[in-house]
Design a binder for this molecule. Sequence first.
Ligand SMILES: Nc1ncnc2c1ncn2[C@@H]1O[C@H](COP(=O)(O)OP(=O)(O)OP(=O)(O)O)[C@@H](O)[C@H]1O
Ligand SMILES: C=C(C)CCOP(=O)(O)O
Length: 250
Amino acid sequence: MSATILKLGGSVITDKERPETLDGPALERSAAAVASALEGGSLTDGLVVVHGGGSFGHHHASEHGVTTTEGTDEIEAVVDIHGAMETLNQFVLSRLHAQDVPAVPVHPFSTASRDETGALSLPTAQIEAMLEAGFVPVLYGDIIATAGAGVTIISGDELVTELARALGADRVGLCSTVPGVLDDDGAVVDRITSFEDVDAILGESEATDVTGGMAGKVRTLLELEAPASIFGLESIDSFLAGQRVGTSIE
Ligand SMILES: Nc1ncnc2c1ncn2[C@@H]1O[C@H](COP(=O)(O)OP(=O)(O)OP(=O)(O)O)[C@@H](O)[C@H]1O
Ligand SMILES: C=C(C)CCOP(=O)(O)O
């Protein structure tokens, strides 16, 4: 199985400036692209969708001081962060269903965990079975139980990387609000092969973001064997059709 993995950035599908606000048109556009790629037959080995937190997850995580390394054992934090992400996941699923995409949820909080060193354990047998059955599994940035720290955040980007490794994914695409990684002149960088090449131009997200923004994204993707790309919503159809778009990270 060599599925394609698509991350819908939280910045794309939500209004990151306003707490718990969806960007409905952007989400519908994304769902339509997925539906037409499935119908067009360009994803014969299956598709896994992962979505980010946007103004649902990051806002609550930041309020409770929870990050990928700073944990909490307060139930209010768990309910606020996970609850908001489940709500966003429901929106994503319903927009995909409206386009006849056979999307099914996979809740990272119920399946994944970290050990004392922060190492991630993410079972994928159920995801492989879902793909075999023709479903489109939909995961999302979430909280996960972490030995000695209560719960910490797992970003959609970390899920993408782990899934790509475990499933032997063919291609990985991160759809964000920018057409790719931008250089100092605002031009899209075509290809990144080492973090040092782009360290100086990579910043954090402009909105509330507890998982490291663009720099975190590039660092995570560089660890991958599968070719990855970062692109904007205008290129989502081309990416799903197998074309090279935005910035390639190899
Ligand atoms: N050199 C750069 N090129 C492009 N974007 C950059 C750069 N430096 C910083 N950024 C910021 O990174 C943002 C993308 O990261 P962000 O984490 O917000 O994306 P996302 O994955 O869409 O959202 P989320 O993390 O909520 O899922 C851009 O909107 C931009 O503000
Ligand atoms: C903040 C939470 C809960 C999820 C973060 O996922 P990301 O938006 O992919 O970084």
